[in-house]
Every structure is written in structure tokens, then in C-alpha cells.
Write a protein that binds this ligand. Structure first.
Ligand code: ATP
Ligand code: MN
Length: 464
């Protein structure tokens, strides 16, 4: 008989009809006459209740069904008399696909997030991770939906790259060389001639530079793919492997870039509110009581647009009034997360798009302002998260870009192709990068970035 997904079965009203469901046992309880099995197949946070009359089944069969076992159940769909569910299934046939003995680590009791990280291969079967991972899927769909309907093209920047100008020192190298027998030249430098690509290559830290090639050909593109950073940041907001969304758009300026950033995040958050309410309600009850409220408020509020220089003034005034920060604040400093969170959570109590940063603390490709001191970078700062988006208008002038590259001593020998965008038909353009897992943190209310991706990669951890 054709299987009905539990998400559909619990909404059915054709009482008396025979249905088949398959799934994993969450709990089983019962008495001498009847067993109640809560079955979940991952299609929804909700379980369906299976009612098994003891007389209809072998005692051994019912006894062997324990938490974690996988079953196929055929029976009559009936209106439930019990609280908490509309329907249940009066089982006629139970087939056991796989048993789970008492070593199954996900017994009924609550588990800590740390414990669950140690069993990341099984944690998707918990309510919390089921909810998070269904929301993750929905966010991915929202992203494609948003850009597709705006006429952006999905663009695939390469994952293996030879340009080492971005984030020097935090890239994972890609090689087929025998690391036990590295060929070196007379200066002791590694010879890459015999390596697979004939040069030093790494996993990408960002698809932006290639994304700019897309934008200056197709008009508007977005990437959505994995990126890798070997930064030793053991924080609840950094992963070594994370997914990034990087739209890049020709012919837009700073205000239009900020509009795009704001519209995009609101679209995604609203998508969660419209499509993931069951899972959000669960997370709101179990993880973060303010979650749904916060999501609704972000969709409804206008983000603050704040020049860096004004932001520094606000922070200095706060310090003058007695506010204590760990790190010093002065014009030119790179804001720490405590400063960003003060502005967002205490001062404005709204998301903030900070713009026009000192050029010294931002990347070489950002468009320089007339003042000669600041560049048109935009960081979107969020409650709880801090930086969720980093973006900028790109410097389109070949000369100004070259000047910056020379000043910063950036090795450009592998970057000639990037400079060609400024040499041939250069145009104003802008873009941003949003860390998918940072968005996931915000949307789920989870506290640690390791818990919003199926298999987190962080310093000293690459299990599963
Ligand atoms: P941070 O200061 O938080 O390390 P960043 O300035 O290094 O961020 P960008 O290089 O601008 O970040 O990258 C764009 C976006 O990618 C960030 O706004 C953030 O959402 C996300 N991001 C950056 N590094 C990580 C990481 N290690 N893990 C997860 N997301 C990240
Ligand atoms: Mn970083």
C-alpha cells in the first residue's frame, strides 16, 4: 500500500480509511490492553499516534518495539480522543524494518547540545534538529526564490581557486603532492610544477571575485555555495566550512545595495514565518521564548543606516556616560562584536546597516569615497548575531583599484583576470556576502553555529 507522509496523514479527515505510514519510534507507552506509539518520519515536527491493541499482535513483536525502531504501520485513520492530536491510527499491521536496542543514544530524556554534537550522525532524528534542518531547507528555497523572481542568475564560482589575495593565511590548501616528500627549490620554497594544477591552489574563502565577472556580464548574479576559512576562531559564530550567498549586481549604488540587503533578509525571515510555523513554534517553546516575536519585529522594522563615523560617536558618548567595553573605541578601529551588539541591541534596538568604513579596515576592492579616508562598505548588524552581512560598492576605477593594490602589497600575479573587469567596459557595481549559517542562527534562535548545519567543521573537529 502506498505510504502517506505523516505531515499529510495528520491533516486527513477521511476517518475510517486505511492508511500506511512509516517512520521511527519516538516513544512507546501502554497498558495491558493497548500500546501507544508516537511515530515520526521527519516530514514534520509532529508525531502520529499509533494505537496497537495488544490482542491483535504477538506479544514479542510489541515488546521489541522501542525508541528509535523503524516501522511500517498500516491501519485505520480515526479521530483521536486524546489531547494533542487530531487523528491517530488503529494499527492492523506492523512491520518492523529495523530495531533499536537500549544502546540507542537518543532515549526519551532531553540531551545537551554538546552531547548531540558528539552524535551528529543521529541528531537529525531529534525534534530540535529536525526543526532546524527543515528550516534550513526552507531558507535555501527562499534564497533561490528571492533572487530568481528578481531576475538574478544563479552563478557557480569555483570552489578550488588559485587567487590567494583574499584572507591570506586562512585558506585550506588543495594539493596532490606527497606531503612526506615535498619538492623544494634551492631557496627552500615548495615547487608546485608537479602538483595537480601546476601552482598553489586552495579552497575558496569567497566566490565574490568570480561573482563580479558574472555581474559584469549577466547584470545580476548570486552564488550560493560552500566556502572555507581556516581561521582559528573558536566562537559560536564561526565555522571552517560554511555556506555563503553572494549576490553581485551591475549598475547599483550604495543606497540600492542597502535596499537589496534589507529586502533580502526580510524576505527570508518572512518566508520562515509563512512556511515553517510548526518548527518555529517548537523552537520558540523549547529554545528561545522570544524567537517568533523577534522574527516578526525584524520583518516590520526599518533598518537603521548608520555611517561608521556616527557609530563611533555614539559609542564614545556611551563610554563617557559610563558604559564599559573590553576593547577600545576610536575612529579607525575595527568594531568588536560587543560594540556592534551595543548599537543594535541597546542603542537602536533594531538591525543596523553600518556604512562608510575607514579604508584601512576594509578590503582593497571597496569603492573609495571622495573624502579619501572611507570606503563604501556595508555591514548589516543583527541582534544576537552581530555581523550577518558584509557588502560593498566595488571600486570600478582601474587606477584607484591598482593604487590600493599597490599600497597593500597584494600579490596580483594570479589576478589579471579580475583587473580585466576594470579594463574592459568597467561599470559601477556592488554586492554582498551573507553567511547562510548566521541567517540560520537568527531564524532558529539556536545559540551555536555548530547546531544549524548538519555536520559542522571547526578547529580540531571534522567527524562524520
Ligand atoms: P567576522 O568578522 O564575523 O569574522 P568577516 O568580516 O570575516 O566576518 P566576511 O568576510 O565579510 O566576514 O564574510 C561575509 C559573511 O560571511 C559574514 O557577514 C558572515 O555572515 C559570514 N561569515 C564569515 N566568516 C564566517 C565563518 N567563519 N563562519 C560562518 N559564517 C561566516
Ligand atoms: Mn572573519
Amino acid at each position: 500500500m502506498k505510504r502517506t507522509r505523516i505531515v499529510d496523514a495528520i491533516k486527513m479527515t477521511q476517518f475510517g480509511e486505511t492508511v500506511n505510514v512509516k517512520g521511527w519510534v519516538r516513544t512507546k507507552r501502554g497498558n495491558k490492553e493497548v500500546n501507544f506509539i508516537a511515530l515520526n518520519d521527519g516530514s514534520t515536527i509532529n508525531n502520529i499516534q499509533i494505537v496497537a491493541d495488544v490482542v491483535k499482535f504477538e506479544e514479542e513483536l510489541l515488546k521489541s518495539i522501542t525508541t528509535g525502531a523503524c516501522l511500517s504501520v498500516t491501519g485505520k485513520l480515526v479521530k483521536s480522543e486524546g489531547a494533542g492530536q487530531a487523528v491517530e491510527i488503529q494499527a492492523d499491521e506492523i512491520q518492523i524494518y529495523g530495531l533499536a536496542d537500549n544502546t540507542y543514544p537518543l532515549q526519551k530524556k532531553g540531551h545537551t547540545m554538546e552531547f548531540l554534537r558528539g552524535i551528529a550522525h543521529l541528531r537529525p532524528r531529534t525534534n530540535t534538529f529536525g526543526a532546524v534542518l527543515r528550516i534550513r531547507h526552507n531558507m535555501a528555497i527562499a534564497i533561490h526564490q528571492f533572487f530568481h523572481q528578481k531576475g538574478f542568475f544563479y552563478w557557480h564560482s569555483p570552489i578550488i581557486t588559485a587567487s590567494d589575495c583574499e584572507g591570506a593565511g586562512q585558506m585550506f590548501q588543495v594539493t596532490t603532492q606527497n606531503l612526506y616528500d615535498l619538492k623544494k627549490d634551492e631557496n627552500g620554497s615548495i615547487k608546485y610544477d608537479d602538483d595537480f594544477f601546476g601552482k598553489q591552489t586552495s579552497l575558496t574563502v569567497s566566490g565574490q571575485l568570480e561573482g563580479e565577472l558574472g555581474a559584469t556580464a549577466l547584470g545580476a548574479i548570486y552564488t550560493f555555495g560552500p566556502t572555507f576559512r581556516a581561521e582559528n576562531s573558536n566562537t559560536p559564530r564561526h565555522l571552517a566550512e560554511f555556506w555563503m550567498i553572494e549576490p553581485e549586481v551591475a549598475f547599483i549604488d550604495l543606497p540600492e545595495l542597502m535596499d537589496l540587503e534589507e529586502e533580502f533578509i526580510k524576505f527570508c525571515v518572512n518566508w520562515a514565518l509563512e512556511n515553517c510555523m510548526d518548527d518555529l513554534t517548537f523552537l520558540n517553546n523549547m529554545i528561545d521564548k522570544g524567537l517568533i516575536e523577534r522574527l516578526k519585529s525584524v520583518v516590520a522594522t526599518e533598518f537603521v543606516r548608520l555611517p561608521y563615523t556616527e557609530g563611533i560617536k555614539i559609542l564614545e558618548e556611551a563610554i563617557a556616560k559610563g558604559k564599559k567595553f573590553e576593547f577600545p573605541v576610536y575612529w579607525g578601529c575595527d568594531l568588536a562584536s560587543e560594540h556592534e551588539r551595543f548599537l543594535v541591541e541597546e542603542h537602536f534596538q533594531k538591525p543596523v546597516i553600518m556604512i562608510n568604513y575607514p579604508k584601512e579596515i576594509k578590503a582593497f576592492y571597496m569603492k573609495q569615497n571622495e573624502d579619501g579616508k572611507t570606503v563604501q562598505g556595508t555591514d548589516v548588524l543583527f541582534p544576537q548575531i552581530g555581523e550577518i552581512i558584509g557588502g560593498s560598492v566595488r571600486e570600478e576605477s582601474y587606477d584607484k583599484l591598482m593604487e590600493r593594490i599597490t599600497e597593500l602589497n597584494i600579490p596580483m600575479k594570479d589576478m589579471w583576470w579580475y583587473l580585466d573587469t576594470r579594463k574592459y567596459g568597467s561599470c559601477p557595481h556592488a554586492g554582498f556576502g551573507l553567511g547562510f549559517e548566521r541567517l540560520m542562527l537568527f531564524v532558529t534562535g539556536m545559540q551555536n553555529i555548530r547546531d544549524v548545519i548538519p555536520f559542522p567543521r571547526t578547529p580540531k573537529t571534522a567527524d562524520f
